[in-house]
Design a protein around this ligand. Structure first.
Ligand code: CA2
Length: 145
C-alpha cells in the first residue's frame, strides 16, 4: 500500500518564481508541487500538498498529520526562525519530519541561522534550491518503504 506524506509550505512561498529570483529561483510553487506529485507516484507515495501564510493554519495541518500520514516534508519559511508553536506541533507528531529550505539559511542574515523546526526535524536540507524538495521526497521514500 502507498505511504502517505504531507508537503507543507509556509508563508510567502506562494510567491516563488515571481519575486527575488536571485535568491529563490524562477520555479513556481505550482511547478515544484507538480514535479513532486509526479515523482511521488514512482515512489509509491501519496503526496498531499498545502501552503499557508498563517501560523495557526500550519499548526492545524501539522496536527491533522497524526494518524494520517507517515511523514511530513516542511518548508516553514520565516516561521522556522520564530515559531515555538510550530515546533510544539511537530513535537507531538510521531512520523518522519524533513525540513527544507531553498536557500542556504547559514549564508544569509544571522536571524536565519537558527531554526526552531530543526530541533525536531529528522533531516534538514538547505541551499539546494528547489531540488531540496525532490531530495527530501526521495529520502522519505527510502526510509518509509
Ligand atoms: O530558503 C527558504 O526556503 C526559506 O525558508 C524561505 C523563507 C525565508 O524566510 C527563510 O529564511 C528561508 C522566505 C520565503 C519567501 O519566499 C519568497 C519567494 C519569492 C518571493 C518572495 C518571497
Amino acid at each position: 500500500m502507498n505511504k502517505k506524506v504531507y508537503m507543507i509550505n509556509g508563508p510567502n512561498l506562494n510567491l516563488l518564481g515571481t519575486r527575488q529570483p536571485e535568491i529563490y529561483g524562477h520555479t513556481t510553487l505550482k511547478n515544484i508541487e507538480e514535479t513532486c506529485v509526479s515523482i511521488s507516484k514512482t515512489l509509491n507515495i501519496d503526496l498531499e500538498l498545502s501552503q499557508s501564510n498563517h501560523e495557526g493554519e500550519l499548526i492545524e495541518i501539522i496536527q491533522s498529520a497524526r494518524d494520517k500520514v507517515e511523514g511530513i516534508i516542511i518548508n516553514p519559511g520565516a516561521f522556522s526562525h520564530t515559531s515555538v508553536a510550530i515546533l510544539d506541533a511537530l513535537n507531538v507528531y510521531e512520523g518522519l519530519v524533513l525540513e527544507v529550505h531553498i536557500s542556504n539559511i547559514h549564508k544569509r542574515e544571522d536571524f536565519r541561522h537558527k531554526s526552531f523546526v530543526s530541533l525536531r526535524a529528522d533531516g534538514v536540507i538547505c541551499g539546494f534550491g528547489v531540488s531540496g524538495y525532490e531530495i527530501a521526497l526521495r529520502h522519505m521514500a527510502t526510509i518509509l518503504i
